[in-house]
Design a protein around this ligand. Structure first.
Ligand code: FE
Ligand code: FE
Ligand code: ZN
Length: 295
């Protein structure tokens, strides 16, 4: 398995890798700066050589970068669209600089227009931002369909991949919370969901998994992550997807060789459950308790 979580880049790549090692991870995901804005440190201040050396010594590999939410390639506003294209270009360079092959991107939201407008705009933006250089693969994330978000259906993801001039540089990041919120039966029929993905997009495009529970019932289109198997005692709320569903996804043949990234909530400001959730997913018992009380 290649399993890990989102970790902080506050201490550069070295700090991120140390945090991941502390959770017993094999991989990790970072934002190169704050997820909500475009303020970025120059790459020579990201402790990249030290981070890569630490990763090699500690068996960490196949790391993932997540682009900031502020990139909206579907925006009808020229300023927002152009910022998205130019920032995506720079983010591709930073992803390459940290040695990552995967840049996860939310496809975009069409705001006051419609899906057709948004999909065409995303294709136009990707055509402008991508060159033939590889890596990274741009992994379009499966979205919950909150508001005017695109990428809720596999058909929308395929429309983007198929429409882009450099579709060969595009892949998909499958988020278990988002797909469940979008209406896919991740809990009841994961094989069926993957078969549908294969038919519409193709499993060879599947590059990364985000493993999360969901606070909402299937089809709610909300996008609120839950800790795996969280009950009513969890301050963030009860998991409506179920830890067994995420365990089955993580242990499935579809997950083999692909980075699996937890983005579960921190129940309190100073406490996450990444270490416990990783240990649970590595274990052979889907009914095992996730130890979320001891420290
Ligand atoms: Fe995301
Ligand atoms: Fe995600
Ligand atoms: Zn989400």
């Amino acid at each position: 398995m290649l399993i890990g979580s989102h970790v902080s880049m506050a201490g550069g790549l070295l700090g991120a890798a140390r945090e991941a090692a502390g959770y017993g991870a094999d991989t990790f995901m970072i934002y190169t700066g704050a997820p909500q804005n475009t303020v970025r440190k120059p790459v020579d201040r990201l402790k990249i050589p030290e981070g890569l050396a630490f990763m090699a010594e500690n068996g960490l590999s196949d790391i993932v970068v997540h682009a900031p939410y502020i990139i909206n390639l579907a925006s009808p506003k020229p300023d927002t669209f152009h910022l998205a294209v130019s920032f995506l270009r720079k983010e591709i360079e930073r992803t390459r600089a940290v040695g990552s092959g995967y840049l996860v991107l939310h496809p975009g939201s069409f705001t006051d227009r419609d899906a057709e407008f948004g999909l065409n705009r995303i294709i136009e933006g990707l055509n402008a931002a991508l060159t033939d250089d590889e890596p990274p693969i741009i992994c379009l994330e499966t979205m919950a369909g909150k508001g005017s978000e695109l990428g809720r259906t596999f058909a929308e993801l395929w429309a983007i991949i198929n429409g882009a001039e450099r579709g060969g540089r595009l892949g998909v990041c499958f988020d278990t919370c988002h797909a469940h919120d979008a209406g896919y039966d991740v809990a009841g029929d994961f094989d069926g969901v993957m078969a549908e993905f294969d038919a519409v997009v193709g499993l060879e495009r599947l590059k990364v998994f985000h493993l999360n529970g969901s606070l909402n019932p299937r089809g709610a289109r909300k996008d609120r992550h839950a800790n795996l198997g969280a009950g009513p005692d969890n301050p963030k709320g009860t998991d409506k997807l179920g830890k067994e569903a995420v365990w089955r996804a993580a242990r499935s043949r579809y997950a083999e060789g692909r980075p699996l990234i937890l983005e579960t909530p921190w129940p309190t400001a100073d406490r996450n459950y990444y270490k416990e959730e990783i240990a649970y997913l590595r274990g052979d018992d889907p009914a095992a308790r996730i130890d979320t009380v001891s420290d």
